[in-house]
Design a protein around this ligand. Structure first.
Ligand SMILES: Nc1ncnc2c1ncn2[C@@H]1O[C@H](COP(=O)(O)OP(=O)(O)O)[C@@H](O)[C@H]1O
Ligand SMILES: [Mg+2]
Length: 267
């Protein structure tokens, strides 16, 4: 077997990113799109909010505005207001009253992190770290891809959750994210969430596939955050633009995310 992603590591990924740390910021990454990052970020946020935690969910997929669409919200302000210089990040926070948590919404068509100048991403990141002082946890739902800006936003996170499925493209993209994140910070706490697993046993097998690749090629063993089963109630909730915990709180997928939330603060 050879390294699935045999690229050379970028030299520049090392010092400045590794130094900025935010102990209550958690990134949700994947590499591949469509694996359930946004849904997982919302459900984890909602679960913790129900336990009385003060939660902020940042829609890092800036140009796609996924979070507010899944929740059926129409925020008055969003992150584009901030990047355009009209508002501070704090002013752009929307209270999601029914869920009991705050969101920072993206705006469809506003461009994405990848096309944003490094300095702007850096300013956004600094403001988010500052705002994190008001919360027990800030979740950053990252866009797809493993480009510089995505890694830049994930850099300060205490833990990055890498959401994967059993599809080969998801596994290789997840592995690529891990490889780059480890290059930027060899101490990075990276945990795998296997989503849309057909069973807990199958999910465990998927986890072992990525863990084995990491152990062989990176000499690093990522932890398993948890396995979330494929559940028709998820699609049903998203179609109804209602969170799963409101629509189907007793569903398998809600229970699986609950088990991950029980590990908070993920130390
Ligand atoms: N556990 C699950 N069971 C069934 N379907 C799921 C599950 N998680 C996600 N999905 C489906 O995957 C789709 C993509 O999810 P989304 O959160 O938008 O992904 P991403 O943010 O990674 O692009 C959702 O519309 C939903 O239908
Ligand atoms: Mg998304």
């Amino acid at each position: 077997m050879s390294d699935p992603i045999p690229f050379a590591l970028p030299q520049s990924a090392t010092p400045p990113l590794a130094m900025l740390r935010c102990p209550n910021m958690f990134a949700v990454a994947s590499g591949k799109g469509g694996v359930g990052k946004t849904w997982f970020s919302i459900t984890l946020s909602h679960t913790l909010a129900k336990k009385g935690k003060r939660i902020l969910l940042f829609d890092g997929d800036l140009g796609l505005a996924n979070v507010d669409i899944q929740l059926g919200l129409t925020p008055e302000r969003d992150i584009a207001h901030v990047t355009e210089g009209h508002n501070t990040l704090e002013e752009a926070v929307t209270r999601y009253v029914d869920g009991g948590f705050d969101i920072l919404a993206g705006r469809s068509g506003s461009g994405n992190l990848a096309t944003m100048p490094t300095q702007k991403v850096s300013d956004l990141r600094t403001s988010l770290i500052d705002l994190a002082k008001n919360y027990d946890a800030v979740f950053v739902d990252l866009g797809a891809g493993v480009d510089r800006a995505v890694r830049q936003m994930a850099g300060p996170a205490a833990t990055s959750f890498i959401v994967i499925t059993d599809e080969p493209t998801s596994l290789t993209d997840g592995y690529a994210f891990i490889k780059l994140a480890r290059a930027a910070n060899p101490q990075a706490d990276l945990r795998i969430v296997v989503n849309m697993a057909s069973s807990l046993t199958e999910g465990q097998r998927t986890f072992e596939t990525i863990r084995n690749a990491c152990e062989i090629f990176l000499r690093f063993s990522p932890k398993l955050a948890g396995i979330v089963r494929r559940d028709t109630k998820v699609r049903d909730a998203i179609r109804a633009q209602t969170p799963l915990l409101t629509r189907s709180p007793a569903s398998d997928a809600a229970g699986d995310v609950g088990a991950i939330a029980a590990q908070f603060p993920f130390l």
